[in-house]
Design a protein around this ligand. Sequence first.
Ligand SMILES: [Mn+2]
Length: 323
Amino acid sequence: MDYELFKTTIQNAKKILIISHVNPDGDTLGSMSALYGIILNNFGFSQDDVDMVYNGIIPEIYKFIPFIERAKKSAEVSTIQYDLAISVDIAAKDRMGDSLPLFEKTNIRMNIDHHKTNTNFGTINFVRGDACSCGEVLFDIFKALALKTDKNTAWALFAAILTDTGGFRYENTTAQTLQKAAELIQLGAEPATISRYCYESKPRNMVLLHANCMINAEFSDNNKIAGICITNKDMEKFHATNDYTEGLVEELRRINTTEVSYVIKEVDENTSKVSLRSKTADVSVVAQVFGGGGHTFAAGCTIRKPLNIAKNKLVEEIRKVLG
Ligand SMILES: [Mn+2]
């Protein structure tokens, strides 16, 4: 990694835009916040010259992340010309949603990510498939350059690493991950408080939606495949926003017989959105069949078919990777 290039690129910029992915999670929001703080604290930028954008809604549970209330919708900054755009935790350009045109019209486009399926779409790419989270990629950059990391940055990076490792439980949790988390605690991150925000602050209707989905879950192939279909009607019944389905696919994977779990959600009558999780099989292969991507044990895609047809095609592909 050419860390000096990170430094000189920021130094040479006048107006910077940081872009998070659609349906923002803890990693993309924590990374965006950490990068924002670092740029303000270390490179002499004023608040007016650095913007953060998000797509959709910021889940309630992540509103504790420092500076996140300053993040804007793409439409609010669409007339501004930036000279540096930085995407965080974004594997492919279409994951930028409404922010993509802003990225495309910027001269210097930096791509900071940890998805092994990342297409290196930036003019500058910091992509490390071995990192547990985009937060970890940033941690390494900040450390290599000896940048000043204050308490806010530590909170943001800790939230990113915590959530993308499923609370330090997934395969991507390594000795380095925990060492870095420990350093962030020394810098002021509070693990118990951050965990409470991330894991014990769900809206009641979100938990009730999950209960409803679990009751209607479908199991096949000796229960190795476990899935949930969610219609817009289900969402309306629980006044659910898109983020309410977060965590469902992991809940299904928790069942002892599950090898691959999926959640497939109706977007409109011809579009279905898929989340995949696995214990052993490579589900990024399944996602790629439909033009999506991700990690070995966590991936996603969009299928341009009605819910039921999409589900059948999806299960067919899952069977192939189960062997
Ligand atoms: Mn991530």
